[in-house]
Design a protein around this ligand. Structure first.
Ligand SMILES: Cc1cc2nc3c(=O)[nH]c(=O)nc-3n(C[C@H](O)[C@H](O)[C@H](O)COP(=O)(O)OP(=O)(O)OC[C@H]3O[C@@H](n4cnc5c(N)ncnc54)[C@H](O)[C@@H]3O)c2cc1C
Length: 404
């Protein structure tokens, strides 16, 4: 069987679904090929900054989420060694963006993905799809996908939104993402009778780990830990939970440990933190003919600025706008897109890496200097500058025009 589609998106994560919506808004029909049998909400929750809310607004879905989730006004960072706590106000972040609705919020990943998917015509997302090969034909104007079930899909625009281990990025010739040597554990804890916690973001910084939790609503608390401890490799949720309470987070307050003990086991995950080297994003093959990448397939980054998902949403809007404005030339639309995106995302990859490095801690005199910098300068002066990234506005989508 052979099908022809104007655009084919690989991966139904945040980037893939948002890209399909953005293309639909500018009049480009697409299908989304997802390898899992359903939407994958690994990681339980995600924090979205003003830049993400602006992109969601352009996609026409922001209010569906802002009506459920409240913005944060405050965050606290506690140094577990000295006991000192620094306050971070998100008020400036919210007001700077000119609109309280664009403020920082944590949302359930499942709710985010379902909200995006509900914007698409039925059957846009095809599940349980395995791609066997990608080939370009007719001087790279047409891309042909061969699927495992024997069917063939031809398209003018192939967009890889297939995450950090992207097959489309590999096909383009981008380098394999690098393991940062750090890893993250995440989970969601549910307190049906209410957790009684304030709607604030809390972080605890120690020698080998950075622990955080955030109350998402009256009943749900999202928590996460990033660590340099390489021994943290169990896959079973019970073992991960045990490792966290007895080892990684043992110095955190009882309130934090209580949250972890109440975690829903099905939500607990452990993952290595990967990133793409910024120079590959700047100078690598991020586009070829009618093929490009978006989201983690383009610019995987460590989660230290909470920007991977936010920038994936920006990608979707910018890519659709460039394709709509390129008067039918997919290749030049994609070229415009990577030109517009690469410096911004390379900067954020670098900022996130540095931010994680200084905040993680370690041992020896070098780390003593890093800690001195972190505790006296970083949170007060450097971090507020880095987080300026979040005020970016990716702009709006043009009115529906014509197909590719
Ligand atoms: C610990 C941690 C915390 C984070 N916190 C935040 C945060 O607070 N805020 C934020 O903005 N970002 C955060 N991020 C980053 C964010 O999770 C990612 O940037 C985001 O999920 C990327 O979305 P994506 O759609 O590009 O990729 P993914 O979410 O990885 O989705 C890719 C999709 O493609 C599918 N797929 C993969 N390969 C194939 C294939 N060959 N064929 C078909 N389908 C395929 C997958 O099944 C998946 O559904 C965090 C990341 C980590 C690790």
């Amino acid at each position: 069987m052979e099908e022809v589609h104007e655009a084919v998106i690989v991966g139904a994560g945040i980037a893939g679904l948002a890209t399909a919506i953005a293309l639909k808004k500018v009049g480009i029909q697409s299908i989304v090929l997802e390898k899992s049998h359903q939407l994958r909400s690994t990681g339980a929750a995600i924090t979205l900054a003003p830049n993400a809310w602006r992109a969601l607004d352009s996609l026409g879905v922001a209010t569906k989420l802002t009506s459920i989730y409240r913005t944060f006004e405050r965050g606290y960072v506690t140094n577990l060694i000295t006991g000192a706590t620094q306050e971070q106000s998100f008020k400036g972040t919210n007001t700077n963006s000119g609109d309280e609705d664009m403020g920082v919020r944590s949302v359930h990943r499942k709710v985010l993905l379902e909200t995006l998917a509900n914007e698409l015509p039925e059957n846009t997302v095809k599940f349980s799809i395995k791609i066997n090969s990608i080939k370009s034909q007719e001087e790279e104007d047409i891309t042909v996908l061969q699927l495992e079930d024997g069917s063939v899909i031809r398209t003018k625009a192939l967009i890889g939104c297939d995450g950090v281990h992207s097959v489309v990025a590999q096909w383009l010739g981008l380098t394999t993402p690098v393991d940062s040597g750090r890893s993250a554990v995440r989970g969601l804890s549910v307190f049906p009778a209410g957790h009684g916690l304030k709607h604030q973001l809390h972080q605890f910084v120690g020698n080998n780990a950075r622990c955080a939790f955030v109350a998402m609503n009256q009943t749900d608390v999202f928590w996460g830990i990033t660590t340099t401890d390489g021994t943290m490799v169990p896959r079973e949720p019970e073992l991960i939970q045990k490792e966290v309470t007895e080892h990684l987070a043992k110095d955190c307050p009882a309130e934090y440990l209580n949250v972890i003990q109440r975690a829903e086991l099905s939500t607990i995950t452990w993952a290595p933190l990967m990133y793409r080297v910024p120079w590959d994003v700047l100078f690598g093959k991020t586009h070829r003919g009618g093929v490009t990448v978006a989201g983690d397939a383009f610019h995987p980054m460590t989660p230290d600025l909470g920007q991977g998902g936010c920038t994936a949403l920006e990608d979707a809007v910018v890519l659709a706008r460039c394709l709509a404005n390129s008067r039918g030339s997919v290749s030049s639309g994609m070229e415009m897109y990577v030109k517009e995106r690469r410096w911004r995302v390379a900067g954020i990859i670098t900022g996130a890496f540095l931010s994680g490095w200084v905040q993680q801690g370690g041992t020896g005199w070098r780390w003593w200097l890093v800690k001195l910098f972190r505790d006296n300068l970083f949170y007060r002066f450097v971090f507020p500058r880095i987080v300026n990234f979040v005020h970016y506005d990716c702009g709006v989508l043009p009115e529906k025009e014509k197909t590719l």
